[in-house]
Design a protein around this ligand. Structure first.
Ligand code: M6R
Length: 609
């Protein structure tokens, strides 16, 4: 949601700002703008809609200067429009700033500023911040930013240009991500790493209420009291190409194709494939702690929540440990019973999801043992959890999570194996046989990708369907939840996941001639039950697509099409079964002409409530 970039150095800043904004476009936006300091004045250029509109304007009326800030806005306060687009300035035109987040007390601040004579042109909370800093500025930029931070409630990441300090950008944040890039002759800021990758991989992650003052020759950091602080540089080893589309039409397809490699990379971090054993020390619980665990809570949002649902299946089945799974936005305002010492796991690709962070902080505050599964080094969640189990998916740009989901499943599966072994529920040999099968998974996955035409062909006939029901039992039901989300979020086709056994309790009333039912039937001991459920919907006019673990009895007669996975141990099927589901969603969306990488109304990283 919203993207910030900033640059101060020796080069013309506009191309760098535009490239950075392009790299952040995946976060979702509806308008964009830049502010450039040309040595004499700060000039703005803003445009509603696509970034290309802004580029055209900047070609027609170029802005010269080597220090500037840019923004992609995802409307919260006020409609998407030119006037509400960032950057915003104060009345005196001394300050220009861009902002991510929500200032919760902006109405009160606005009233106070109006009484002082400020005139507002936009409906945004951001303009209030610009006017606030303007009104507090008495010749010392740092003091004005510090004073404003004390008055603002809510979340913010700010990059600010002051007319009186050429070639300098002031940055600060609270509950909104911000990363500063360092190089020999320039300094950068962005709300996410991909915008910095073409220029530097040496970065500092800003923490709440810290201030960074960027100049071409370096960055000074201050704490909330204005005292200088030292910060450590983190070197990011993501490949620049990983954040580019390459020869693929969409990031989503590229990222689906990266899944076999992401699988291998993640697996190899947690197991010795050669010795077929887990690197048990990496996992959060010692043998004694694992044996003493009474339950585990997992909290996350969206796709990461669906990964948690599968994690519950893995851990309960293999380790015999009860797992409670919650949606973070429910958990944080619910009546969670958390005692000191309880274990709580959060899952987040970005590490910046506001509700998940709140859940993590709540658990930390209550003295719980916290564990995060996270893809982004240096993100808020990675910094604040007691133990982090990283996923090695690399940058994920498409809004639809694909490779991050897969890698979350791997870490959850391996956590389940580790707990199972430490709790005496699985022998080292049994674990070794799972690892052996997992090591073969990338090749199996690749074969599914190589044979994708069948899925494409199916999508080309099915894309006009109005409703799709994904049904499954046990592990398949958890996977169905994610399959339904993928389809609805990028193709806008109404899709739901149901536990197949629940159909008769109400949902089957929705089935009519032409409904599409995708039956995930990969669990051998539940196959007969699934075959009956398929029959129930088929005889009511549904078209049934079945996904099975190898050849499966009773399925052909009750389905119109069957996609067979190569046979494998039943708990491992999600690693392969998710691929055809992601591809199906992708091809349906492409057939419908949808904006696959940037679905309407959605943002990649949900950093506000
Ligand atoms: O970054 P996170 O994993 O915390 O994001 C959580 C959800 O917003 C995310 O999984 C979302 O549901 C997916 N992008 C949908 O594909």
């Amino acid at each position: 949601m919203c993207g910030i970039v900033g640059y101060t150095g020796g080069e013309a800043c506009v191309p760098i700002l535009l490239e950075g904004l392009e790299a952040l476009a995946y976060r979702g936006y509806d308008s964009a703008g830049v502010a450039v300091f040309d040595g004499e004045k700060i000039s703005l250029c803003k445009a509603q809609g696509q970034l290309s509109n802004l580029s055209v304007l900047l070609r027609e009326q170029p802005l010269a200067g080597s220090c500037g800030i840019g923004h992609t806005r995802w409307a919260t306060h006020g409609e998407p429009s030119y006037v509400n687009a960032h950057p915003h300035m104060d009345d005196a035109k001394q300050i220009a700033l861009v902002h991510n987040g929500i200032i919760e007390n902006y109405q009160n601040l606005k009233q106070m500023l109006i009484q002082k004579g400020c005139e507002f042109v936009s409906e945004t909370d951001t303009e209030v911040v610009a006017q606030l800093i303007g009104s507090l500025y008495m010749g010392d930029c740092l003091s004005a930013v510090l004073a404003a931070m004390r008055l603002m409630e809510g979340s913010f990441a700010l990059s600010i240009l002051f007319y009186d300090e050429p070639r300098t950008i002031y940055c600060c944040c609270k509950d909104s991500p911000m990363v500063v890039g360092h190089s020999e002759s320039a300094s950068f800021v962005a709300s996410d790493i991909p915008a910095l990758l073409p220029y530097t991989r040496d970065v500092c992650f800003m923490e709440d209420k810290q201030i960074a003052v960027l100049r071409p020759d370096g960055v000074d950091y201050f704490n909330e009291f204005g005292l200088p602080i030292e910060k450590t540089l983190t070197h990011i080893d993501w490949d620049v190409e990983a954040a580019k589309k390459g020869n693929f039409e969409h990031f989503m397809m590229k990222e689906i194709f990266e899944e076999p490699v992401a699988f291998k990379k993640t697996l190899e971090q947690y197991v010795s494939v050669k010795e077929l054993r887990l690197k048990t020390d990496i996992f959060p619980w010692s043998q004694e702690e694992a044996a003493a665990l009474k339950k585990l809570s997992i909290v996350s949002c969206g796709t990461a929540y669906h990964a948690a649902l599968l994690g519950k299946k893995f851990i309960e089945r293999m380790a015999g440990l009860p797992v409670e799974v919650d949606i973070a936005s429910e958990f944080r305002y619910g009546d969670a019973v958390l005692e000191p010492g309880d274990s709580l796991m959060v899952i987040s690709q970005s590490g910046e999801t506001a509700d998940t962070i709140a859940a993590l902080r709540m658990a930390n505050g209550r003295g719980c043992r916290t564990v995060a599964i996270c893809n982004v080094i240096g993100s808020t969640i990675a910094r604040e959890a007691e133990t982090v189990l990283f996923t090695y998916a690399g940058p994920e740009i498409a809004v639809a999570a694909t490779k991050s989901y897969l890698t979350q499943l791997i870490v959850l599966y391996l956590t389940a194996l580790d707990l199972a072994q430490k709790r005496g529920r699985m022998s080292a040999e049994a674990v070794a046989s799972r690892i052996l099968e997992m090591a073969a998974m990338p090749e199996r996955m690749q074969r599914i990708l190589d044979n994708r035409e069948r899925i494409q062909y199916f999508a080309s006939r099915a894309f006009s369907v109005k409703h799709v029901f994904f049904i499954g039992r046990g592990i398949d039901h958890a996977l169905a939840m994610e399959a339904a989300l993928k389809l609805k979020e990028i193709s806008y086709i109404h899709s739901e996941a149901y536990a197949a056994g629940e159909l008769k309790h109400g949902t089957i009333a929705l089935i009519e001639e032409g409904s599409l039912v995708v039956a995930l039937a990969t669990q051998p001991e539940l196959l007969k039950k699934m075959a009956s459920n398929m029959e129930e919907v088929r005889v009511r006019g549904a078209r049934v697509l079945a996904v099975t673990n190898g050849p499966a009895d009773g399925v052909a007669a009750n389905s119109h099409e069957q996609w067979e996975l190569e046979p494998m141990e039943e708990t491992l099927t999600p690693f392969c079964a998710i691929l055809p589901m992601q591809l199906l969603a992708y091809y349906m969306a492409v057939q419908k002409g949808c904006s696959v990488d940037r679905p309407r109304n959605l943002a990649k990283s949900v950093t506000v409530e």
